[in-house]
Design a protein around this ligand. Sequence first.
Ligand SMILES: [Zn+2]
Length: 441
Amino acid sequence: MRECREEAERRGWPVGDVYVDNDRSAYRGKRRPEFVRLVDDLKAGDRDAVIVYHQDRLTRSPRELEDFVDLYEAVGLRGFASVSGGAYDLATGDGRLMARVQGAFARKESDDKSRRGRSKHRQLAEAGELSGGGTRPYGYAPDRKTIVPEEAAVIRDAAKRTLAGESMRSITADLNDRGIATVKGGRWTPVTLRQILISARVAGLRSLGDEIVAKAVWPKILDVGTSERLRALLLDPARRTSRPVRRYALAGLLRCHKCTTVLVSRPRTDGTRRYVCPTGEPRGGCGGVVALADPIERWIAEAVLYRLDTPEMARAMQGAKRDDAAADDAQAELSDALSRQDDLAAMFAAAEISRREWLAARAPIETRVERAKKRVAKFSRAPLIDEYVGHSNRLRDRWADLNLDRQRAIIAAVLDHAIVGPAVRGRKTFDPSRVTPVWKR
Ligand SMILES: [Zn+2]
């Protein structure tokens, strides 16, 4: 109450009345007489603004929030502020989105605390069960358990040739020449083939994110030894110089509120993952922001899922209509650049060129790869999230199953960046209002 009064003073809003429901259990759905009285007073036009300590103190379910938003519009409220959550302008789409996400996030955090890490997805995964949805995997029938013999033969052949030293580019060119189509009926690229060869699935293993958690209920196409050798070869850092494994889904997407420097990942000595504003050269941040990675990543994921269902998102997607020819072109250029990179690394690995030659040749190819990636990203945004716009529940069900690269790609298709504000002194739990998303338009 004290802080709400201070906020009123700061804003120069005279306090008309104070409404207190003394019920600390936030989500039990108990009746709140003072909340009802507040709503009545608003309807009667006795109040024209509301200040709350935290938005999740005001509305405790999406239904209540929607009712409040309707009310807000109906009676023409002039202001809404929350002491710990900043002010969302409920009159704008963005403001309402943030209020909804904040409500959903708080509720989920409170529901999930005891269950975290033992989600439905994890239980399914640990039982080796299927994860549903999406296109069937190459090599398996739509039931995801029956092997398609012709496709399995393609995978085994590609595995053998890869282990014998043939490049992804050469194998995919051969597949395309022979008119063998991908699972979507399209042409092969080194990227798609590589993904299949390193997948846990083809070895009959169930993964969750980047972690292999169980023997799967479906049969394997490659034996485990072959699969391991392929992963060792294809995930060799020397072959992936421009694509480091990301353990931080938001790397590059967060900025410091003080100096706008991009936050970098810097774990605590105990391994707790964090994003920090880096000080000193070369990035020259102010060091003013430190944030734990886990809650921010969960919060942004939630916000992205909500954003997918907004009319603004639907409009943005219409603007990003696909230009198929140009998209194919960009993809081909990327494939070519990537396989040149592969070949070069293979030549170095096979001692056909010296380290100095390798490094010298690598730089211009990396520039080419980066440029091509940007072009592909421009076109790939729409297909990546198309099916989820307006249907975020389809994605919500699968989110925990997606690996980091995919999660990140989806986030980056929706979110331009997010600004991370200062921690609220004395607050132990994560405060979502620290994070201000800036959406792609
Ligand atoms: Zn900074």
